[in-house]
Design a binder for this molecule. Structure first.
Ligand SMILES: [Zn+2]
Length: 169
């Protein structure tokens, strides 16, 4: 059985068409190739809109996503453990791509890191703990909180010292 694609006009075998349950013949009006192209174009045209919407969604549902991640933490962990080799392979395969991405977004990463330092993001605090010789599995949320307090205190002291040196106190 064959069917004509309404976009390219080619008559093709029906396995060249996606299944569309709601249509009369149960097949998509566009062949698979045209559908792919159409989707690509559609995405390119609306990329910014989609991205903006994704951003909005994430901002709006920040707490929900956080909760979701917290709830599924073990699942993620399990997934990572199960697919360790696969992930490793993936990283090795895409090493140059990652490098390029980092080089391209250097300023963004720098800015991000700076922000993390100022705001004491968990990633930053974890990094501080790791550099002071604490093992990854020893790091708990309580420890991160404690370290944060310590850093804040340290910064406060530094500020006071700076003020004294500058003669403003
Ligand atoms: Zn077609």
């Amino acid at each position: 059985m064959k069917k004509r694609c309404i976009k390219c006009g080619d008559v093709k075998f029906i396995d060249e068409f996606h299944i569309h349950e709601s249509s009369k013949d149960g097949l998509a009006p566009l062949c698979k190739k045209c559908t792919k192209e159409y989707n690509k174009e559609y995405w390119a045209k609306n990329k910014d809109k989609f991205k903006e919407r994704g951003k909005e969604y994430r901002a709006k549902n920040k707490d929900k996503l956080k909760e979701y991640r917290a709830k599924n933490k073990d699942k993620f962990k399990e997934y990572r453990a199960k697919n360790k080799d696969k992930l490793k392979e993936y990283r090795a395969k895409n090493k140059d791509k990652f490098k390029e991405h980092r080089a391209k977004n250097k300023d963004k990463f720098k800015e991000y890191k700076k922000e993390g330092t100022v705001k004491l993001s968990n990633v930053y605090v974890k990094g501080m703990l790791r550099t002071s010789g604490i093992k990854k599995h020893q790091i708990t949320p309580e420890l991160i909180e404690l370290k944060k307090q310590q850093i804040l205190l340290y910064r406060e002291i530094k500020n006071i010292k700076g003020d004294i040196k500058n003669g403003t106190t």
